[in-house]
Design a protein around this ligand. Structure first.
Ligand SMILES: *[C@@H]1O[C@H](CO)[C@@H](O)[C@H](O)[C@H]1NC(C)=O
Ligand SMILES: *[C@@H]1O[C@H](CO)[C@@H](O)[C@H](O)[C@H]1NC(C)=O
Ligand SMILES: *[C@@H]1O[C@H](CO)[C@@H](O)[C@H](O)[C@H]1NC(C)=O
Ligand SMILES: *[C@@H]1O[C@H](CO)[C@@H](O)[C@H](O)[C@H]1NC(C)=O
Ligand SMILES: *[C@@H]1O[C@H](CO)[C@@H](O)[C@H](O)[C@H]1NC(C)=O
Ligand SMILES: *[C@@H]1O[C@H](CO)[C@@H](O)[C@H](O)[C@H]1NC(C)=O
Ligand SMILES: *[C@@H]1O[C@H](CO)[C@@H](O)[C@H](O)[C@H]1NC(C)=O
Ligand SMILES: *[C@@H]1O[C@H](CO)[C@@H](O)[C@H](O)[C@H]1NC(C)=O
Ligand SMILES: *[C@@H]1O[C@H](CO)[C@@H](O)[C@H](O)[C@H]1NC(C)=O
Ligand SMILES: *[C@@H]1O[C@H](CO)[C@@H](O)[C@H](O)[C@H]1NC(C)=O
Ligand SMILES: *[C@@H]1O[C@H](CO)[C@@H](O)[C@H](O)[C@H]1NC(C)=O
Ligand SMILES: *[C@@H]1O[C@H](CO)[C@@H](O)[C@H](O)[C@H]1NC(C)=O
Length: 842
């Protein structure tokens, strides 16, 4: 977003410089105030404002005091700061109150409207409030009206001919609130060359009369709620150089007549609901340097006519429904720096002979491209960003090693059919490497130890073997994510792994690791996720991890851990951030780890449901997790930061369930099944009001099912089977949804849903099923999970894959926006720019 603004201000500045230099004539014969009276009017205008030093916070070079400080009645108003006069007549013709710390509103009777010689009014940085009086549009000599960034200002454009119609050249209302849409009367502004109503909550259609604005060179209506079709008549604006209609609700086809706008340098229709083909006539826009049609519903092939767009620097057609082969004519666009064709249905191999010497950003991800990686990839020395994930590319991954000599930072090759080993990859220069879900083999090369810039490394779901690297060099590693899950890595966890000191997420799930957890791991100060589930680690519980202040997810499931988890903790608050702990399917014995359960602060957040739903990780990497839900192991591709779980099932824990488990008020998932737990179900379990899944099956529990459990309205899965519970099954709204299987194997239980009647059963009580489905099962979450996994057995704490892939995350759009702005900047003002991918990536 900021880059739109940034570019926008450049345009404004250019315009204003040109404009203010030529002070044009004015209507001499109208009845006007004398210069003295104009001074008085200005002074009164000043008095209608207050001074607020914080209103200029977005101004780069704002003066520390208000411009109006030196507006004194004893001096000539033409020397006042921000005021411009005609040299000959002394009339006030310009008012530039940018960054002047003023605050207030302009009233309809403001003396401003007596200053009939005014040609320019420039007012910004959040200073104006209230509704802008229509009178301002009737100042007869007005040429420039710029009120941008007054987010509290409400603007209504006059419905009839404006007093300033014939003179107005620049109208800039960026980030004000425009109510009432664009009126037909806009067509009267015959002199308008610059119109920006960017991000103004503008709704309704573009009126056809816009075609009367034949002088227009810059039109920016981006980031509004405009709807309807893009009018054909736009094509009359022959001088148009820059057209932003992006991020609106436009629908229908892109009009063929757009090809008449042969002066266009920039065309941005991104993020609308446009359908149909890309018109062949776009190929007539041979001046275009930027063409952005991404995030629409465009179909069919990319027309070959675009081959004539030889000045293109940015081409973005991503997130549409385009088909056919990847366009080979792109080699005509030798200036191309940014190419995004991602998330379409392009097929077949890449052209073998593209030469794009200036290419820096390439995104072809989420298509069905196949074949091997062509050699031209390696003749684009400026490439910093390559994303070709989710295709069907084959061949050896080592070919990317030759990019080591260039500036590559981001390499995403996941979900392809690449083979080979990892030795020859550009380890030294990359900050992001994603190779997940390919068919890579071999061991982790020693060259990984050279990866001092690497931030995210995802090698999951491959066929890698060998041992983990022992990087002992004194390098300052920046690695924050190391994901090796679902490979065949062997050996033990090296103590030296802790040299990757910045690790936030270490995921080694599903390998063949043995041995113990090194003591050194207590130095992973930033670690949030530690997952060594599904390995063959033979150790006691790693008590030393209890000091990790940031550890949120600890997964040791399905290993050979054994022994009593001692209740002797060295510190007052062990595992202070832990939210998810899975120790299931090991050989832990003795009592449940009461001291820990008592202290899991991360599971005691009463306000969890009020928190925003966010996911662990960031836009470049999301943490994942396997969890057994209703007996089925499921991979969750994202973990909500409010999800909490304790799974201690399938061990040899014995003794009673501690009462204070009821303190874990934000616990959502509790599985203590398949142990040797004895005693009663504590009634305090009823305090776990966010609980959704409770499994205490296959234990030796006795007594009645506490009535308190019926107050857990969010509970959607309950399994108490195979215990020695007795008495009446309690009834309650949620309980009426559980079936026999929840209670099976408890021969002392009676009452519905079991067919066994209780001896002194009174008449059937009626319950209103208020269908309170609890937090996670409500609304979209459940729906999308069901879609994502195609099964109904998932606790809805992640949003499904489908939902995620439907729209690229925000950061991606961000990159385009920035990249776009940068390119235009280069184009317009020829300022050199070195892409800083680090900044873009973070
Ligand atoms: C101003 O008035 C004079 C005399 O009435 C006339 O000659 C002149 O053309 C007028 N100027 C304009 C700009 O209307
Ligand atoms: C000054 O402006 C800031 C930022 O716009 C605003 O939050 C604050 O309330 C204003 N102060 C007064 C006294 O109006
Ligand atoms: C007001 O300030 C401007 C800019 O700082 C200066 O040029 C001008 O002379 C000042 N006018 C008076 C009356 O002090
Ligand atoms: C636009 O131009 C057409 C033809 O010149 C004219 O008939 C119409 O009145 C104009 N509309 C506006 C709103 O200026
Ligand atoms: C576009 O140009 C073509 C050919 O020059 C012309 O026939 C057509 O009327 C134009 N369309 C518009 C809407 O200006
Ligand atoms: C515009 O493109 C169409 C289709 O590509 C072509 O037939 C037409 O001649 C072009 N018009 C101009 C003015 O170049
Ligand atoms: C590549 O894709 C094309 C089009 O889908 C298909 O015809 C071809 O067989 C594929 N080639 C390979 C090697 O899979
Ligand atoms: C493309 O690269 C060449 C050579 O590096 C350079 O001279 C030219 O300015 C670049 N063009 C653009 C549009 O960046
Ligand atoms: C990619 O690998 C998968 C799994 O081995 C296989 O089913 C698929 O046919 C392969 N695709 C290509 C294009 O080789
Ligand atoms: C992994 O490699 C082994 C041995 O090379 C092979 O048998 C197995 O099929 C491979 N697995 C996958 C998923 O490619
Ligand atoms: C774990 O290691 C100990 C000692 O090294 C060994 O006696 C024991 O059999 C191992 N346990 C398993 C389940 O492999
Ligand atoms: C439970 O305890 C009994 C007897 O103490 C033992 O036979 C059984 O194996 C234990 N079960 C589990 C799951 O530890």
């Amino acid at each position: 977003m900021w880059i739109y603004m940034c570019f926008y201000s450049i345009m404004m500045t250019l315009f204003l410089q040109n404009h203010l230099a030529i002070s044009s004539s004015y209507d001499e014969n109208a009845t006007h105030l004398s210069p003295k009276m104009q001074k008085l009017a200005l002074f009164q205008f000043k008095l209608s404002f207050t001074i607020n030093s914080s209103t200029a916070e977005f101004c780069e070079d704002a003066p520390s005091v208000s411009k109006t400080m030196n507006w004194s009645m004893s001096s000539d108003c033409c020397t006042w700061d921000g005021v411009t006069c005609d040299h000959m007549t002394g009339n006030v013709i310009g008012l530039d109150l940018r960054c002047s710390h003023l605050e207030g509103s302009i009233r309809p009777d403001s003396t401003l409207f007596n200053l009939s010689f005014l040609q320019n009014i420039i007012f910004d940085s959040n200073s104006l409030h209230g509704e802008l009086p229509l009178e301002i549009f009737h100042l007869p000599n007005l040429e420039v009206l710029s009120l941008e960034f007054n987010s509290q200002l409400i603007v209504k454009l006059p419905k009839h001919k404006w007093g300033s119609s014939s003179n107005l050249q620049l109208l800039a209302l960026t980030q004000t609130t425009l109510s009432g849409g664009i009126p037909d009367s806009i067509g009267y502004l015959k002199s308008l060359t610059f119109l920006s109503i960017f991000q103004c909550n503008l709704s309704g259609p573009i009126p056809r009369s816009i075609s009367n604005l034949t002088q227009l060179t810059y039109l920016n209506l981006g980031f509004n709620l405009l709807s309807g079709q893009i009018p054909d008549s736009l094509a009359n604006i022959q001088n148009l150089g820059i057209l932003y209609l992006n991020n609106n609700n436009f629908s229908g086809p892109i009009p063929r007549s757009i090809g008449n706008l042969t002066q266009l340098l920039l065309l941005d229709l991104d993020s609308n609901y446009l359908t149909g083909q890309i018109p062949r006539s776009v190929g007539n826009l041979t001046q275009l340097t930027l063409l952005q049609l991404s995030s629409n519903y465009l179909t069919d092939r990319i027309p070959d006519s675009l081959a004539s767009l030889q000045n293109l620097q940015l081409l973005s057609l991503g997130r549409n429904n385009l088909i056919g082969p990847s366009p080979s004519w792109i080699s005509n666009c030798r200036e191309l720096s940014f190419l995004d064709l991602s998330e379409n249905s392009l097929t077949g191999p890449l052209p073998s002979n593209l030469i794009l010497p200036n290419l820096t950003f390439l995104d072809l991800s989420h298509n069905s491209l196949n074949g091997t990686i062509p050699s031209w990839f390696f003749h684009s020395p400026l490439l910093t960003y390559i994303s070709i994930d989710h295709n069907e590319f084959t061949g050896q991954v080592y070919v990317f090693g030759s990019l080591e000599m260039y500036s590559l930072k981001y390499l995403s090759l996941s979900h392809n059919n690449l083979t080979g080993g990892l030795e020859h990859l550009p380890w030294k220069i990359l900050t992001y490497l994603d190779l997940q879900s390919n068919m890579l083999q071999g061991s982790l090369p020693a060259s990984i130890c050279n990866s001092s810039s690497l931030d995210i490394l995802n090698l999951s779901h491959n066929n890698l073997t060998g041992v983990l690297p022992s990087c002992t060099r004194g390098l300052n590693y920046s690695l924050s994510v190391f994901d090796l899950r679902m490979n065949s890595i062997e050996g033990s966890l090296p103590s030296a792994l802790v040299n990757f000191r910045k690790l936030r997420s270490l995921n080694l799930h599903g390998n063949k690791l043995e041995g113990t957890i090194p003591l050194s791991f207590s130095k992973f100060d930033y670690l949030e996720v530690f997952d060594v589930g599904n390995n063959q680690i033979n150790d006691t519980f790693p008590l030393w991890l209890e000091t990790l202040q940031n550890l949120q997810v600890l997964i040791l499931k399905s290993n050979k851990f054994f022994g009593i988890i001692t209740n002797v903790s060295k510190i007052e608050h062990p595992f202070p951030s832990l939210r998810i702990i899975d120790l299931s399917n090991n050989e832990f014995s003795g009592p449940l780890p009461a001291k820990y359960i008592q202290n899991f602060k991360g599971m005691m957040n009463k306000d969890a449901n009020k928190m925003e739903r966010t996911y662990m990780g960031n836009s470049l990497y999301s943490d994942t997790m396997m969890l057994v839900v209703k007996g089925v192991e499921i991979e969750f591709i994202r973990i909500l930061t409010i999800f909490t779980a304790i799974d201690l099932s399938r061990n040899k824990f014995e003794g009673e369930i501690p009462e204070y488990i009821g303190n874990l008020e934000s616990l959502r998932y509790l599985n203590l099944s398949h142990n040797n737990l004895t005693g009663h179900i504590p009634s305090l379990v009823g305090k776990l009001l966010m609980l959704e899944s409770l499994d205490l099956s296959f234990n030796l529990l006795v007594g009645v099912i506490p009535q308190e459990l019926t107050s857990i309205y969010s509970l959607s899965h309950l399994n108490l089977s195979q215990n020695d519970l007795t008495g009446h099954i309690p009834r309650g709204p949620q309980f009426s949804t559980f079936e026999n299987s929840s209670y099976a194997g408890n021969f002392g239980l009676c009452g519905p849903p079991l067919s066994r009647r209780c001896i002194r059963e009174t008449q059937q009580e009626e319950f209103e099923d208020d269908e309170d489905d609890g937090f996670f099962f409500s609304g979209f979450t459940w729906e999308s999970v069901a879609i994502g996994y195609g099964c109904g057995v998932v606790v809805g704490f992640v949003v499904g894959y489908v939902m995620f892939m439907a729209g690229k995350p925000k950061w991606f759009t961000g990159i385009i926006a920035r990249e776009l702005g940068l390119k235009i900047r280069r184009l317009e003002i020829s300022v050199g720019y070195q892409p800083n991918m680090n900044r873009i990536l973070i």
